[in-house]
Design a protein around this ligand. Structure first.
Ligand SMILES: NC(=O)c1ccc[n+]([C@@H]2O[C@H](COP(=O)([O-])OP(=O)(O)OC[C@H]3O[C@@H](n4cnc5c(N)ncnc54)[C@H](OP(=O)(O)O)[C@@H]3O)[C@@H](O)[C@H]2O)c1
Length: 313
């Protein structure tokens, strides 16, 4: 592990967070159909009760509803909450000042004076990396965020962001990317190792592969909506991996597949932020903490995940 700057040390101390894309999103998660405000409030409260205080939201989630719900829940708890939100680089945003403007709107919805982490949601088409990093630096200088990060950045772009911020003496705190036993691109291409080397927190989104790694979905019972189409070809291949996860979970006193999936990302040096729609899911996911897979178990999971993903053939 490389040197971790004092500003970003708190992020490296966080073992797991809570994703809030589910809070208000209808397109992928069908918020309002089968679950709603009270359920996600339960997910928040249960997580906080279990010591998980880092919540990841974005201005784009539910068109601002996720941030508003988070603000409501923060106002109702006496626990300190660490907030991460994101800037969406819409094509009509092309100035560095757009970032502080967007962050002020996010702060208004969340009802706080500053956040702990402000991230670029996706690389932009209308703004260069330098302009985006200048915008993030302004957010830090104006006291609107404690640290800044990126998301969905490949290694080349991440290193460019790291250098642009370094010129202003600001550390790149994190890169939030898709990472799970069913998506290891960022591990295989060296981005995970590079993050750990440079002290950039590697935040894993979709760590239980949008529910697939729980084992509750199969070809006869696919997830509803867009996920069903996204995973149509993967679903029939999962059984060997799910079977191994269950066996390993049993060796640890009955840990569930989602707990094994999350623990595996932690063992790899990532900070997972599983999304939860309700208290029961949040409670189960919190059980990923307080124990560790052995090195041999991680190696076996790697091997079977490679086989499922069609690598090493
Ligand atoms: N930066 C980005 O571009 C980006 C992209 C994606 C996500 N994210 C962030 O990462 C977070 C997590 O990723 P994600 O939401 O895509 O996927 P995920 O965490 O892998 O999966 C979450 C979904 O899995 C199901 N689930 C969760 N826990 C469960 C449990 N214990 N038992 C059974 N089912 C369970 C729920 O859906 P069902 O009950 O409907 O199955 C839940 O909505 C998001 O909330 C968001 O904050 C960021």
């Amino acid at each position: 592990m490389g040197e971790i700057s004092s500003e970003t040390r708190f992020l490296h101390a966080i073992e797991m967070g809570l994703g809030a894309w589910q809070w208000g999103d209808r397109i992928v998660w069908q918020y309002g159909f089968g679950y709603g405000d009270e359920d996600v409030k339960g997910a928040f409260e249960t997580s906080v009760h279990e010591g998980i205080r880092f919540v990841d939201t974005a201005e784009a989630y539910g068109y601002g509803l996720s941030e508003r719900l988070l603000g409501r829940f923060i106002a109702e708890t006496d626990q300190p909450i660490l907030v991460a939100t994101k800037f969406f680089p819409f094509p009509w945003r092309f100035r560095k000042n757009s970032l502080a403007g967007a962050l002020r709107s996010s702060l208004g919805r969340i009802g706080v004076e500053s956040v702990d982490l402000y991230q670029i949601h996706w690389p932009a088409v209308t703004m260069s990396t330098d302009t985006l990093m200048d915008g993030l630096a302004l957010c830090v200088k104006e006291g609107l965020t404690r640290t800044v990060g990126v998301s969905n950045y490949n290694q080349t772009r991440m290193l460019a962001a790291y250098s642009a911020l370094a010129r202003q003496n600001i550390p790149l705190a994190s890169n939030q990317v898709h990472y799970s036993l069913l998506n290891r691109t960022m591990e295989k291409n060296g981005t995970l190792a590079r993050c750990n080397e440079l002290g950039i927190r590697f935040i894993a989104y979709s760590p239980i592969e949008k529910g697939l790694l729980t084992g509750k979905y199969n070809p006869g019972n696919p997830p509803s909506g867009t996920r069903g189409r996204q995973y149509a070809s993967l679903l029939p291949k999962l059984q060997p991996l799910l079977k191994l996860m269950t066996e390993i979970g049993q060796d640890h006193g009955g840990k569930s597949n989602s707990q094994v999936a999350l623990n595996w990302t932690i063992c790899k040096g990532a900070l997972p932020i599983p999304g939860a729609k309700n208290a029961a899911q949040a409670q189960e996911n919190a059980g990923a903490l307080g124990w560790r897979l052995t090195e041999a178990e991680v190696a076996r999971l790697d091997e079977v995940s490679d086989q499922v993903l069609g690598e090493n053939k």
